[in-house]
Write a protein that binds this ligand. Structure first.
Ligand SMILES: [Cu+2]
Length: 314
């Protein structure tokens, strides 16, 4: 009597599993999914939220299969529930082969689906908000792209707006409904620009112009964090940016350009990368030919650009 008993067990488990999956997958996707990080402030963020939700919907039935089997085994296959004279279960070799083939097929299809979906989602939204280096392979179709330079240094972020005279500020303001190209670089060690709610994350390497695209879709505040351990105050290297309506942005950008004009003249001319020197870091990246804390270096233009805005004065 052992074989029919096992078949019934399997049928019961599959039924429970099917019902749970059919209920919980839609509940997750439509009730919990829309609240998953990183939100929907940009197309990259919304894309990542969608990807997370699709992968959870894929993984949930797998998790449920394990849980259902475990719970079923604990409840129904206790030693006390199985009569002592029950014969030992011996698998039918043909059935065992079928189970193995099914197992290999199902797992292979699941993994290939996750791989194919992941690659597709990386390519289609123009790099999916990740840094693509100085020559992005996947570029947005829009011809109107606002470039914003993101400069990391120990331990703060500054931003330059090349299309507004190249002024530099610690404020990150970006217009809504606009395609943005973040040009991420560093003046010292490796940092990582992580604009969490924008779904944008790109390494900030010295001497590298790392480009990440995104399209803004919602006004509001977002967090910027450094996500690459970069020294003792790495944990304090964060600030907040704002997506504002286009008109507000334009007003802010033009007035800031005018307000900072005298200081912008003191900055190194706008470039996609800058040569790090000893002053950029106050301890970090020293090219061989630069003596840290050399007097001449301390009053170089690099130092001016840091202190002008008061950000490092404290
Ligand atoms: Cu950092």
């Amino acid at each position: 009597m052992s074989t029919p008993r096992r078949s019934n067990d399997l049928r019961t488990m599959v039924t429970i599993w099917l019902i749970l999956s059919a209920v919980l997958d839609p509940v997750y996707f439509w009730v919990i999914g829309p609240h998953m990080p990183p939100g929907t402030m940009t197309d990259s963020a919304a894309g990542q939220q969608f990807d997370i939700n699709v992968l959870v919907v894929t993984a949930l039935p797998v998790v449920l299969a394990v849980w259902v089997y475990m719970a079923y085994a604990v409840i129904n296959w206790r030693a006390s529930k199985i009569p002592a004279d029950t014969p030992v279960f011996v698998a039918d070799p043909k059935r065992a082969t079928r189970i193995q083939v099914a197992w290999i097929l199902v797992t292979a299809v699941t993994v290939m689906w996750a791989f194919g979906f992941g690659v597709y989602e990386l390519v289609v939204p123009a790099g999916a908000g990740g840094g693509e280096g100085p020559n992005p392979v996947w570029t947005p179709t829009s011809k109107n792209i606002l470039p914003i330079q993101v400069i990391g240094q120990q331990w703060l972020w500054t931003y330059r707006y090349p299309t507004f005279g190249g002024f530099e500020t610690t404020q990150l303001m970006i217009p809504n409904n606009t395609e943005i190209a973040f040009h991420v670089t560093s003046l010292d060690v490796i940092h990582d620009f992580w604009a969490y709610q924008l779904g944008v994350k790109a390494d900030a390497n010295p001497q590298e112009d790392n480009v990440a695209f995104t399209h803004t879709a919602q006004v509001g505040r977002f967090t910027v964090r450094c996500d690459e351990l970069c020294g003792i105050w790495h944990g304090a290297m964060y600030d907040y940016g704002h997506i504002v309506p286009k008109a507000t942005f334009y007003k802010w950008a033009t007035s800031t350009e005018a307000k900072l004009a005298s200081q912008t003249k003191l900055l190194p001319p706008f470039a996609w990368i800058y040569t790090p020197d000893a002053n950029g870091a106050d301890g970090g990246y020293y090219p061989n030919n630069v003596v840290p804390y050399n007097k001449t270096e301390l009053y170089s233009s690099q130092h001016v650009r840091i202190t002008q805005y008061g950000a490092k004065n404290s």
